[in-house]
Design a protein around this ligand. Structure first.
Ligand SMILES: C[S@@+](CC[C@H](N)C(=O)[O-])C[C@H]1O[C@@H](n2cnc3c(N)ncnc32)[C@H](O)[C@@H]1O
Length: 242
């Protein structure tokens, strides 16, 4: 958090970031169609809000989820982070392991790719992030874990169907798959179909509510932007590795 603060608040004032956070969160709620074209990350304030607010929020949520699921990547394999953003989902999963695995991230947004590399370095993790589309899942060279955090709902119907089909093929081949989405069903009307297929593949679908153990800077942003997170919430589909 200290490194994030130094990185983003050196040339931006707190009110600029909290204003940008308000805009970003209303973009997530109201203008989802614009998000996959990168509109969500189109200014310094929004990027700072994404990194300093949503990054830690998603990091903490995934840490709680993988602990509750006792989710482990296949031994020796990497965690592949689809739509990695700032790289927090794979980082949280990796840091819950006795020996953190290598990370591989891809995202269509250049800024996100750079930021994921920075996050992993800050957290002492090893990984490589590159620009890439969710439909171009890297071919498996070994069994691996795949995480798609808060990304499937941003994809077009066609891209999501394609991505989900390749995640199912990976799970059938033995990879671990973790999908994390907001608890609100309005952004993921397709959820029940994905959840049923997950269960058929030997996995489970859950809805989570954890107490919001927010770091002070995140809590201050939360309050200033009028978001009031009392809980960290998410729904997940998880298929363990074979
Ligand atoms: C809400 S953010 C979530 C980022 C990160 N997974 C997290 O949980 O913080 C969604 C991310 O998906 C990326 N994205 C959108 N469409 C994509 C696509 N077709 N392929 C890969 N990434 C995509 C966006 O650039 C953005 O970084």
């Amino acid at each position: 958090m200290a490194a994030l603060e130094a990185r983003h608040l050196s040339d931006l004032r707190f009110p600029e970031v909290s204003r940008a956070l308000r805009a970003l969160s209303s973009a997530y709620v109201e203008r989802r169609h614009a998000l996959s074209r990168g509109a969500a990350l189109d200014g310094r304030g929004k990027r700072a809000a994404f990194a300093m607010f949503y990054g830690p929020l998603h990091f903490l949520t995934v840490a709680h989820v993988v602990r509750a699921l006792d989710a482990h990547p296949p031994a020796g394999g990497p965690i592949v982070d689809i739509g990695c953003g700032t790289g927090v989902c794979s980082a949280a999963w990796a840091l819950e392991q006795p020996v953190p695995p290598r990370l591989v991230g891809f995202d269509t947004n250049d800024y996100a790719v750079q930021e994921a590399r920075w996050t992993w370095t800050q957290l002492g993790l090893t990984g490589s992030a590159r620009k890439g589309d969710a439909t171009a899942l890297p071919p498996p060279t070994q069994r691996r874990a795949l995480v798609a955090g808060w990304v499937l709902n941003e994809l077009s119907e066609e891209t999501r169907a394609w991505t989900w089909a390749s995640l199912q093929r990976s799970a059938e081949a033995g990879d671990a798959v973790l999908i994390v989405e907001p608890i609100s069903r309005t952004v993921s009307p397709w959820w029940d179909d994905v959840a049923s297929a997950t269960i058929r593949l030997g996995g489970r679908a859950d809805e989570w509510r954890f107490p919001a153990d927010l770091p002070p800077l995140v809590a201050k942003l939360d309050h200033a932007a009028g978001l009031s997170h009392r809980e960290l919430t998410a729904r997940t589909c998880y298929i363990p590795p074979k």
